[in-house]
Design a protein around this ligand. Structure first.
Ligand code: AMP
Ligand code: ZN
Length: 455
């Protein structure tokens, strides 16, 4: 079955063809580890995970590389402001490394909770300074860079198709009359290397042929992707906010340095999670983390289910009411599935519909609809076999039995009921069953053992 993906570069849904047969290289722009990743950020990583799982489902051998931005990302994406990691270190009275290690650890814990597979390769910007300097040297040799008072910049005027990913209207972006650009030649030019303002003031700075400083944010992705995936690879992912600046600049510097066009064959972008009408973002102050959701009684997988209810290219409104609906749907779904007997067959018909949905540009809402039709079909066989296959992509632990925590109060009632049953006091046993039910637990007296489940 063919897999189709929407390619931002061509603005078309295209049939996916890998460079090497049976193998796919994916680069996923990773987190800037200066704070917790909020559930908006995590929507982007769930989307990248679904893409990866769909490729694996289609029998591709996937190598995914994810960067960890632990230096160089300034408070504004356009090379001004303070380094986010340095800023957090100052605020929290910690070293830059303590900051990035801590938030990366939490990020990885969230991955685990959300059933997101870790990439085959994690790479940190601070551990690839040498590669980044080499890349600047390459660009310098080809005449793509120039020096300003605060760093080495990429000359975007040298790239004829600059801005093609975002379809930027370049005439509006070139050195404009009213735009303050310091001694940059063009508004769109971006830093490859920034000089430290005062030596020793920053925690993270390195020597380079141009002066002591640190690499620009966009550079790390070009340097590390080429190291681990080669100078041309299959898929690059990220959130839609990366299209006009970060990814546009990654393309400009990579295509100029490596001479391969296109540098990446498929650019796939996830849409925003919206909260109260705006993109969820730290700067708005209106955010939530997975831990916040857990404190309110939702699991990370309730959130994953919620994300799957929308197509990755559609913006999605977050609210507790919407999350509640997702939580209830997932609970109902798992309850129904727990009642289904495994006949050791696989329902092919539903699986084909499921494959059609996931291979049609990762249409997860439709894939979920197929799953619901399957579980509600009274005559279908091979349900459990098909659900197991589908869950390789959904990753919602659909067949995992919930570990139920029984409160002490309920345990006592269960023991009392057992006692009543042993004494053949059926009226009392029935009364206790009702009492237990009121507390939210159901009792099934099987032939061998008594089963307790949550209602
Ligand atoms: P950052 O740590 O700021 O580099 O962001 C990490 C990832 O989260 C990037 O791929 C962003 O595009 C993505 N992102 C940020 N805000 C949102 C949002 N509200 N919804 C979905 N993705 C987002
Ligand atoms: Zn990137």
């Amino acid at each position: 079955m063919v897999l189709k993906l929407y390619n931002t570069l061509t603005r078309k849904k295209e049939i996916f063809k890998s460079i090497k047969k049976g193998q796919v290289g994916i680069y996923t722009c990773g987190p800037t580890v200066y704070w917790y990743q909020h559930i908006g950020n995590l929507r982007s990583y769930i989307f990248a995970d679904i893409l990866k799982k769909v490729l694996i489902y289609n029998k591709y051998n996937v190598k995914q590389v994810m960067n960890v931005t632990d230096v160089g990302h300034l408070s504004s994406d356009s090379d001004v402001g303070e380094d986010k990691i340095e800023m957090a270190a100052k605020k929290e009275h910690k070293t830059a490394k303590e900051i990035s290690d801590f938030y990366l650890k939490i990020f990885k814990q969230d991955f685990k909770k959300l059933n997101i597979s870790e990439p085959e390769i994690w790479c940190k910007a601070t551990e690839h300074i040498k590669e980044q300097i080499e890349l600047i040297k390459k660009l310098e040799k080809k005449g793509f860079s120039y020096k300003t008072s605060d760093g080495i910049y990429f000359d975007t005027r040298r790239v004829k198709d600059y801005g093609k990913l975002a379809k930027l209207k370049i005439e509006n972006l070139k050195a404009g009359a009213r735009v303050k650009i310091w001694d940059k030649k063009n508004k769109t030019d971006f830093a490859l290397w920034k000089f430290s303002e005062k030596l020793g003031e920053r925690q993270q700075e390195w020597k380079s042929p141009w002066g002591v400083g640190f690499p620009g944010w966009h550079l790390e992705c070009s340097a590390m992707s080429s190291k681990y995936l080669g100078e041309k690879f299959d898929i690059h992912t990220g959130g839609e906010d990366h299209i006009p600046v970060h990814h546009t600049n990654e393309i400009a510097q990579s295509e100029s340095a490596f001479g391969k066009k296109p540098w990446v064959n498929y650019w796939v972008h996830g849409a925003f999670l919206i909260f109260e009408g705006k993109k969820m973002s730290k700067s708005s102050g209106k955010i939530a983390t997975i831990e916040d959701l857990e404190k309110k009684g939702y699991s990370a997988l309730d959130y994953r289910y919620f994300i799957l209810t929308a197509h990755y290219k559609s913006q999605l409104n977050f609210s507790l009411k919407n999350l509640d609906n997702a939580k209830n749907s997932l609970r109902r779904l798992k309850n129904i599935i727990s009642e289904i007997k495994d006949d050791k067959k696989i329902n092919k018909k539903y699986l084909v519909d499921f494959e059609k949905a996931i291979n049609n540009d990762l249409d997860m809402p439709n894939a979920l609809a197929v799953l619901w039709r399957l579980v509600r079909d009274k005559t279908a066989s091979g349900k459990i076999g098909a659900i197991k296959k589908m869950d390789e992509v959904f990753c919602l632990d659909l067949l995992k039995k919930e570990k139920i925590v029984i409160p002490v109060e309920v345990k006592k009632l269960i023991d009392e009921r057992e006692d009543a049953r042993n004494k053949k006091d059926w009226a009392k046993a029935d009364f206790l069953r009702q009492k237990i039910r009121k507390l939210g637990f159901k009792i099934d007296d099987g032939s061998e053992e008594v089963k307790i489940s949550k209602i």
